[in-house]
Design a protein around this ligand. Structure first.
Ligand SMILES: [Zn+2]
Length: 317
């Protein structure tokens, strides 16, 4: 069955066309115009319409690289069916100066659903909800850990929603983590419109992490292959589903050394790390409180009492 023409903010994309359009143009107080490019590959044959977006936080570069790699591939450029809507850098201004937040200090991923005449973040959120959400069936929003937090490649979705779990299984990243909605996020507001968006987390901000990039690229290819959008053979990647998670925090300040690898399965009582003081003494041994998977680690060499150190995904008992 043939696809129909789609329109993004007045710009038409015909079936069989591959085109870069502009989500909208935003004027800063310097009179500088900021435009957000949207790359659309709209095949002739009917199939799913998939959103891949990254750079919601301007310093989270792994997702930007994942989408760059995906849209550079021949088999993706010539989709057999369906549509790919790719926004490699949503938050163009913050990406330009390597910041998580917008120039006014707002977090774009707390601005949803946004308003037409609100702050810059609110207007970008509004345009995504108005022009992108209606033309997609589902999407993946690529993020990384924050400053010095390295997230092992993982998808975050709501286990109570079967459509979320089914998409995560098609993408099939190593870890799939149950994660409830937060107010103001793209994920929550898109879900209210019946469009599941899963969040991919991999690596840390301002650093390419090739494990996270490769897992993200392979997940996208696996997903598109599962819908026959592309011909591509990738081995199945078994996933671990994690329903509960907890952070291990620093009992004292000092120099933090990890003893275990990110992504590793650990058992209750395993030594995961140690905090020392600069005068040669070990201050605190960090022992796993439960069986589980290390899903994220703090890479800072010096930590303060109370800092989040190790993110543990707890095994289903
Ligand atoms: Zn983020």
């Amino acid at each position: 069955m043939a696809q129909k023409t789609i329109t993004i903010n007045g710009q038409k994309i015909e079936p069989g066309q591959s085109k870069t359009v502009i989500l909208n143009s935003y004027e800063l107080h310097t009179k500088t115009k900021i435009e957000i490019p949207v790359h659309v590959i709209h095949s002739k044959e009917k199939g799913p319409s998939v959103l891949l977006c990254a750079g919601m936080h301007g310093e989270e570069t792994n997702g930007i690289e994942i989408i760059r790699k995906i849209i550079s591939r021949d088999e993706v450029e010539n989709l057999k069916c369906g549509t790919l809507v790719a926004i490699p850098v949503i938050n163009v201004v913050s990406f330009l100066y390597g910041s998580r937040d917008l120039p006014d200090g707002r977090d774009l991923n707390r601005c949803f659903p946004g308003t037409k005449s609100g702050s810059l973040g609110s207007r970008i959120a509004y345009d995504l909800m108005k022009h992108i959400v209606p033309i997609i069936d589902f999407g993946f929003d690529f993020h990384t850990g924050g400053a010095k937090i390295n997230n092992y490649p993982q998808l975050r979705c709501v286990f109570d929603f079967p459509d979320n779990v089914a998409l995560a299984e098609r993408f099939s990243t190593s870890l799939i983590i149950d994660s409830t909605y937060r107010d103001g996020t793209f994920r929550k507001e898109a879900s209210k419109k019946g469009k599941p968006i899963l969040v991919y987390e991999g690596g840390e901000s301002m650093r390419f992490d090739y494990l996270a990039i490769n897992e993200g690229v392979n997940g996208c290819l696996r997903l598109m292959r599962s819908y026959d959008m592309i011909d591509f053979d990738l081995p199945h990647n078994p996933s671990v589903k994690i329903k509960k998670d907890t952070w291990i925090r620093a009992n004292c300040s000092g120099l933090f050394h990890m003893n275990a690898n990110n992504g590793a399965h650990v058992r209750k009582g395993d030594l995961l790390g140690v905090i020392c003081n600069p005068f040669g003494e070990a201050e605190d041994k960090i022992v796993s409180p439960t069986n589980g998977y290390i899903v994220g680690i703090n890479n800072q060499p010096v930590v303060n009492q109370g800092d989040a150190l190790i993110h543990l995904g707890i095994d289903e008992e």
